[in-house]
Design a binder for this molecule. Structure first.
Ligand SMILES: [Zn+2]
Length: 279
């Protein structure tokens, strides 16, 4: 299937075992966390079989992601010191957030996360033995003690707290970015997602919430989060910020919001969805 005619949502099928033979294939090439782009190719697309064969880069590792129609697609890890071939350049993942559609971004994020995982699990964390890729599922197994390692995902919550026509938005203390966003935090072992939402909101801004409502989710490959988005209604308490995490938090009227996150993030989707319903 030609990339330009592919509908990634419908035509991509995840898999772990590459087919023995194929006429075409696609290759997402990753070096030191950056993604190879074809000069002048907009929007971005992966290299096809011939481009990959002739671009002159040697893979350190190759990871089958699945197929697009009948064409297998691979994440190719290349040497971080490799020179960019003529006609190509490497770009950071951040650059793709605004330049490709969400399904393509998710596919690139998938490729990068699998390469990261592979790079960080050459050896077993328990006994130090060498690990190898399992043929039947997405895991690596220690050749000495049989311990299995799966790609790491960090589930996180992100929540828009509202009170009447006001939204509770906060400025993060640990980023340079000067904007107010929804509250977020990582799920802890032993917690349900809902418990995480209540805990994070109370820890970060000191208020109690009620009426949680699930919104949707987003893979956030910086480096390996899965964001689960919620709306929550204010219940009680005054804003009391956790200074290590939050620089400022305020109630804002929905018609008078500060700088807020762009529409490529679930935080932006939450705010946008809420404003539409208020309007
Ligand atoms: Zn081991």
């Amino acid at each position: 299937m030609d990339w330009e005619y592919a509908n990634i949502v419908e035509d991509f099928q995840s898999g772990v075992a590459a087919p023995d033979s194929h006429d075409n294939s696609y290759h997402i090439v990753i070096s030191d966390g950056e993604i190879l782009c074809i000069d002048g190719q907009y929007p971005w697309r992966p290299l096809n079989q011939d481009e990959w064969r002739w671009c002159g880069l040697e893979p350190l590792s190759s990871h089958y992601l699945g197929r697009i129609g009948d064409a297998p697609i691979f994440a190719e890890e290349v040497d971080p010191d490799a020179e960019e071939p003529d006609g190509y350049e490497f770009e950071t993942l951040w650059g793709f957030l605004t330049t490709v559609d969400q399904p393509v971004f998710d596919l690139i994020g998938r490729a990068k996360q699998l390469v990261d995982w592979h790079q960080h699990h050459h050896f077993c964390g328990a006994c130090g033995g060498v690990t190898s890729t399992e043929p039947t599922d997405r895991s690596r197994k220690c050749e000495s003690c049989d311990l299995s390692f799966y790609p790491r995902l960090a589930p996180s919550i992100i929540v828009l707290v509202y009170r009447g026509e006001e939204l509770l938005l906060a400025k993060n203390a640990n980023t340079q970015a000067d904007f107010y966003s929804t509250l977020a935090g990582f799920v802890e072992p032993g917690e349900s997602i809902e418990e995480t939402v209540h805990r994070e909101v109370f820890e970060e801004v000191g208020v109690k919430i009620k009426n949680l409502k699930y919104f949707n989710s987003q893979s956030w490959p910086f480096p390996n989060s899965l964001m689960l988005g919620f709306f929550a209604e204010y219940d009680s308490g005054e804003i009391n910020i956790q200074e290590e995490e939050i620089a400022d938090a305020q109630w804002f009227h929905y018609k008078d919001l500060p700088n807020n996150p762009a529409m490529m993030s679930i935080s932006g989707w939450l705010i946008d969805d809420h404003i539409k319903r208020m309007g």
